[in-house]
Design a protein around this ligand. Structure first.
Ligand SMILES: Cc1cc2nc3c(=O)[nH]c(=O)nc-3n(C[C@H](O)[C@H](O)[C@H](O)COP(=O)(O)OP(=O)(O)OC[C@H]3O[C@@H](n4cnc5c(N)ncnc54)[C@H](O)[C@@H]3O)c2cc1C
Length: 405
């Protein structure tokens, strides 16, 4: 909190923020609980992106973004509980910060930790206010789970790097102003050691974004082709060839953010479905519903503990990957349960409830793959948290250029 502002108690803060939301946002009860966040028309998708960006800008204007971030970079400089209270209140309202908010949660802590003072001054306020939006250009056709094998090359030419390569699965890249990108700057070094983390202006000549049309006709992802793209060396975050540690900060925060789960728990709708179908009296379905609600609560509390530690700049009390894994498991269970509760209508009906249940069923893959697959997270947890032997990695110490591809 800025020095000239009086220090508020948690109760005063809650009252102030609740009043702001009541005056500026739409209560969730007034909106359709079965609405599915899916835009199949590119113009609609662009509008949706812009609406969330504007909502974040409005929150930032009201001093409600980055409540615990340092004040010198546009944050509130307040204690961590402010973020938690704001998040609790915002859950009851319809508006959300969408992709811009997700990137702020992923990239912000990485910039705070690894960027130069000048970069922090330039990019952090723009990130918080969503004046600039950033997409993530990490994955490549040959580098997903094994991200460190990425091959997009960046060759230094004076004060610039020249980038050539292809990225894929880049969410919202068609809308974002900037990107954070991982590139190979030293092919002679082992794969984790020759990577650099750069900020890239998506309007740079040579950047081509091609949306990928999914089976549900939405275009959440893109392929991004980089051909002789020039990026100033000044845009390197951290050290040249040391980008892997910056990427790890992003990935840890991504897992923690995804693990934070959706604003509205799926169990709200599942309860309605159970009541409508009489399944709330069915002993087995009732049990499944109670099990799901319990898991939602537990993972929510665990997520709060992790977020609080991140805000305090401490090591999280548990691996954020665990939360993401549990959230993916809950999402899979809720999709299955939604279809069970909907019964035959879940397959053939055209009611909003059916569409919601179907989208819950297939939506499981976004979370069980995005931000690291379940299988890879289990490997990581086995090694990091349980101390199991490391996966055999024949290429770990080999120069990247000698690894067969
Ligand atoms: C919704 C969503 C959003 C995404 N957004 C972005 C984005 O904005 N930017 C970006 O750069 N990327 C993004 N991605 C890509 C995502 O990070 C990758 O899909 C993910 O890391 C997996 O990589 P892959 O698709 O290449 O699969 P692969 O790595 O090829 O994996 C294929 C299968 O093999 C399994 N597997 C691989 N290695 C192992 C192993 N060592 N042990 C056991 N099993 C293994 C995997 O679990 C998986 O089942 C997104 C993905 C999704 C689904």
């Amino acid at each position: 909190m800025a020095e000239d502002q009086p220090v508020e108690s948690p109760e005063e803060f809650r009252t102030r923020v609740a009043a702001w939301y009541a005056a500026n946002a739409t209560p969730r009860q007034e909106t359709d609980p079965w609405a599915v966040n899916l835009q199949t028309d590119p113009a609609e998708a662009a509008k949706h992106f812009e609406t969330s960006r504007q909502w974040q800008a409005k929150l930032a204007d009201a001093g409600l973004m980055g409540l615990a971030w340092p004040a010198e970079y546009g944050g509130g400089g307040g204690p961590g509980w402010m973020t938690r209270i704001e998040r609790e209140i915002s859950r009851d309202y319809e508006e959300y910060t969408g992709f811009a908010g997700a990137t702020t949660a992923m990239l912000g802590p990485a910039l705070l930790r690894h960027a130069s003072e000048e970069q922090k001054q330039t990019f952090l306020p723009a990130l918080l206010s969503a004046r600039l939006t950033f997409c993530q250009l990490f994955s490549e056709p040959g580098a997903g789970s094994d991200l460190a094998s990425l091959g997009t090359r960046a060759v230094r030419d004076g004060d610039e790097f020249v980038l050539n390569g292809q990225k894929v699965w880049n969410s919202a890249a068609q809308f974002c102003d900037w990107a954070f990108v991982l590139v190979r700057t030293d092919p002679d070094a082992p794969k984790h050691r020759g990577i650099t983390f750069l900020l890239l202006d998506m309007k740079s000549p040579g950047v081509e974004v091609r949306p990928l049309v999914q089976i549900n006709r939405a275009t959440h992802f893109n392929e991004v082709f980089l051909t002789d793209v020039r990026v100033p060396v000044a845009n390197v975050i951290g050290e040249i060839n040391e980008g892997w540690s910056v990427a790890r900060t992003v990935l840890a925060n991504e897992a923690a953010f995804i693990g934070g789960g959706p604003k509205a728990p799926a169990s709200d709708n599942l309860r309605s479905l159970a009541r409508e179908s009489g399944a709330d009296k069915h002993p087995v379905l009732r049990q499944s519903l109670a099990d799901l609600i319990t898991r939602e609560r537990v993972v929510g509390w665990m997520g709060e503990q992790i977020q609080a530690a991140i805000r305090r700049g401490e090591m999280p009390p548990m691996d954020p990957g665990l939360i993401k894994l549990m959230t993916a498991d809950i999402r899979a269970r809720s999709g299955t349960l939604a279809m069970e509760l909907r019964g035959a209508a879940g397959l053939a009906g055209d009611e909003p409830e059916t569409f919601w249940a179907q989208s819950e069923l297939v939506g499981r893959f976004a979370i069980s793959i995005g931000g690291g697959t379940n299988e890879v997270l289990r490997n990581n947890l086995g090694e990091r948290a349980l101390g199991l032997p490391r996966e055999p990695g024949f290429s770990k110490d080999q120069p990247w250029k000698d690894i067969p591809r």
